[in-house]
Design a binder for this molecule. Structure first.
Ligand SMILES: [Mg+2]
Length: 256
């Protein structure tokens, strides 16, 4: 059989695991790709963890994840910066994953007249950080966000995501950021480059219509929406965005 999809870009939360629980369909999908020798990458908007940490988390659920198979919005942001600036000075708000990715990309860190303000989720966000970011943007720094997710599903409930932190800075400066993560193009272009497949032979798999599926639509990549996470079948029936394929459980997927 001639396989149409030669590479997969796969979401994590709600697709491969939910909280502390593995999703059996996710394991089945990955094992099927391994068996068939089809390349794939784990694609996450989470900018707080290093790829090694993301891979370790996946391994704990039983996924054969290697750090080089992980694409984070922090890496995509660092790549985007490297392509546009030569060793830029950045003011970065964010955790370890973002700081390390920017450092590896040759960025230097400065609060004084940075070329860019880069924002990722930061659990120790403060008025002082917001103030530094706003003054820099007012003084002409580019404003870049790793991703625009407004809320993060957790065991405690929906917590404020990076998009909510960014919204405050955008309101205070009257400046909208360039966003890198799903559903925007930059992370998809970066992931395709890493995966080495063309858009028309690649499949995006995810549970979130507004991020995963919209990302595929924006980048001209086919999509598989699985109803194991955020988007419910009822919401999907009302939606204007359409996935190429849908399923209730990834164990049903036939590797078209
Ligand atoms: Mg998800």
């Amino acid at each position: 059989m001639n396989q149409r999809y030669r590479g997969y870009l796969i979401d994590l939360d709600g697709t491969l695991f939910r909280g502390r629980e593995v999703i059996e369909g996710g394991l089945s999908l990955i094992m099927g790709l391994e068996k068939r020798g089809i390349p794939y990458l784990y694609l996450t908007n989470n900018a707080s963890r290093r790829p090694e940490q993301v891979a370790e988390r996946l391994q704990a659920f039983g996924y054969p994840a290697q750090p080089e198979q992980v694409v984070t919005s922090a890496q995509a942001t660092a790549h985007w910066m490297r392509e546009r600036f030569h060793r830029p000075a950045v003011y970065a708000i964010g955790e370890e994953g973002l700081q390390e990715a920017l450092r590896e990309a040759g960025c230097t860190f400065s609060e004084q007249q940075p070329d860019a303000v880069v924002m990722g989720i930061d659990r120790s966000y403060s008025y002082e950080k917001m103030k530094t970011a706003c003054l820099a943007i007012r003084a002409g720094a580019r404003f870049i966000g790793t991703n625009g997710d407004l809320a993060l599903p957790t065991d405690e409930g929906l917590l404020p995501g990076n998009g909510s932190l960014i919204a405050g800075v955008a309101a205070a400066t009257g400046t909208q950021p360039v966003l890198i993560g799903k559903p925007e193009r930059p992370i998809m272009d970066f992931a395709l480059e890493r995966l080495g497949t063309a858009p028309e032979e690649t499949l995006v798999v995810g549970d979130n219509l507004m991020t995963d599926i919209q990302a595929g639509v924006n980048a001209g990549i086919d999509t598989l929406l699985v109803f194991s996470g955020v988007t419910t079948p009822a919401e999907y029936r009302q939606a204007t965005i359409q996935a190429t394929h849908t399923c209730d459980d990834l164990r049903e997927w036939e590797y078209l």
